[in-house]
Ligand binder design. Structure first.
Ligand code: GAF
Length: 384
């Protein structure tokens, strides 16, 4: 997929050239799940799979959308923008609504959207859409938003129009990543540093379970509520604790353990996941890939048994990867309940891993196991 393809297809749909074409990538995350909405740390980066958006100004107040992936169009007056039952337009309209809420001066526009971020694979295709739209409209209408503003707008679009109370990781990675690096992001104050993603003799391979769970949204919001409950119980004794980021296991044992089991296990996971992330990041910086991998295996166990966001297919892939001599680390990635595992594999052995796991995976689950080989990329950019 490239700029010419998008601009040609835009012209087929709208009979004029687009004013601009932008792309925003999907993301991976090395470690640090469900920490972002607890003001903790994450370690994501953008990949070579992206959402492309062509945009052109109109002379009226109409918003015309065309999604190539669904072969569907949608039209609405700018003044009437609200969530729709149709699904996909919400990720675009949610961004438009945020711009309106900020009193940003926009008029009607034509939009064409396509991309190659697999949907439901845990690579954040939705954040890539939100960021492509935010980045594109910012350029089209000279809105003077910076990249952090665009990430925040994307996150709020997801909260308000898609109903997922997500953290900021995915949108931040989509707009601010740098090729060759992972972003170590502090989700409390949004300060960040770029850490070189140098894996030596190893490479990253994603294994797509091809499981898409419809319960993911409500379960995600439930987990967030359990974390908030844990914080409110801790605050009864330790009012200085503003989020799980500030809490310790001792505080949790003292104030939550005997009161609320869900809040306890979810809180414990988040506190320990932040510690694992720091250790994994230190290991990456010092080139200790075996230790990085070990932290990933530990993270998976906790995501599965404590945070309870895994599924049988993800557990199967991680368990079996453990006994594969060329794999040093593996875990489920993203929100959970399906999608991909991320694996650190001896360079050149990715396909061998897939070949080893796919037949039994197919027999047990009746599903195909699809490898996704990824490279890192920069965040959102104008391509036309
Ligand atoms: C999803 C959310 F969108 C992110 O904000 C993050 O919480 C992630 O799940 C889990 O780490 O991708």
């Amino acid at each position: 997929m490239d700029r010419k393809e998008i601009s040609d297809r835009f012209k087929e749909v709208y009979a004029v050239d687009p004013d601009l074409v932008v792309k925003s990538p999907g993301r991976i995350n090395i470690i640090g799940e469900h920490t972002d909405y607890n003001e903790g740390f994450v370690l994501p980066t953008a990949i070579d799979k992206a959402v492309y958006v062509g945009l052109g100004k109109r002379d009226d107040e109409e918003v015309l959308l065309y999604a190539a992936g669904f072969n569907e169009s949608f039209q609405i007056d700018l003044a009437d923008v609200e969530p729709t039952d149709k699904g996909w337009p919400n990720y675009i309209l949610g961004v438009v609504n945020q711009l309106k809420e900020r009193n940003k001066a926009i008029s009607g526009f034509n939009l064409y959207i396509d991309g190659d971020v697999p949907v439901g694979a845990g690579l954040s295709s939705s954040a890539a859409v939100e960021c492509a739209v935010g980045f594109g409209l910012n350029s089209l209408f000279d809105l003077d938003l910076d990249r952090v503003d665009i990430a925040k707008i994307g996150q709020l679009a997801e909260h308000t129009f898609a109903g997922v109370k997500c953290g900021i990781m995915d949108q931040f990675a989509s707009v601010l990543s740098k090729e060759g690096y992972v972003l170590k992001l502090d989700c409390r104050d949004l300060s960040y540093e770029y850490v070189p993603l140098e894996l030596g003799d190893y490479e990253l391979v994603l294994l797509n379970t091809n499981v898409k769970h419809s319960l993911a949204t409500s379960a995600y919001n439930d987990r967030r509520q359990s974390c908030e409950k844990a914080v409110s119980l801790i605050q009864e004794v330790y009012p200085q604790v503003k989020s799980l980021r500030d809490a310790t296991i001792d505080m949790l044992n003292e104030t939550v353990k005997d009161i609320d089991k869900a809040a306890y296990t979810k809180g414990k996971f988040v506190i320990e996941e932040n510690i694992r992330l720091q250790q994994a990041c230190d290991a990456l910086v010092s080139g200790n890939i075996a230790e990085l991998g070990r932290q990933m295996f530990l993270a998976h166990d906790a995501l599965s048994n404590e945070y309870e966001v895994s599924c049988r297919q993800l557990d199967f892939l991680v368990e079996n990867a453990k006994s594969h001599p060329q794999v040093v680390g593996a875990r489920m990635m993203g929100g959970g309940f399906g999608g991909c595992t991320i694996n650190i594999v001896k360079r050149g052995y990715g396909q061998a891993l897939v070949d080893a796991l796919a037949p039994t995976y197919g027999e047990v689950f009746g599903l195909e196991l699809t490898p996704i080989f990824v490279e890192t990329r920069n965040g959102s950019e104008l391509v036309y």
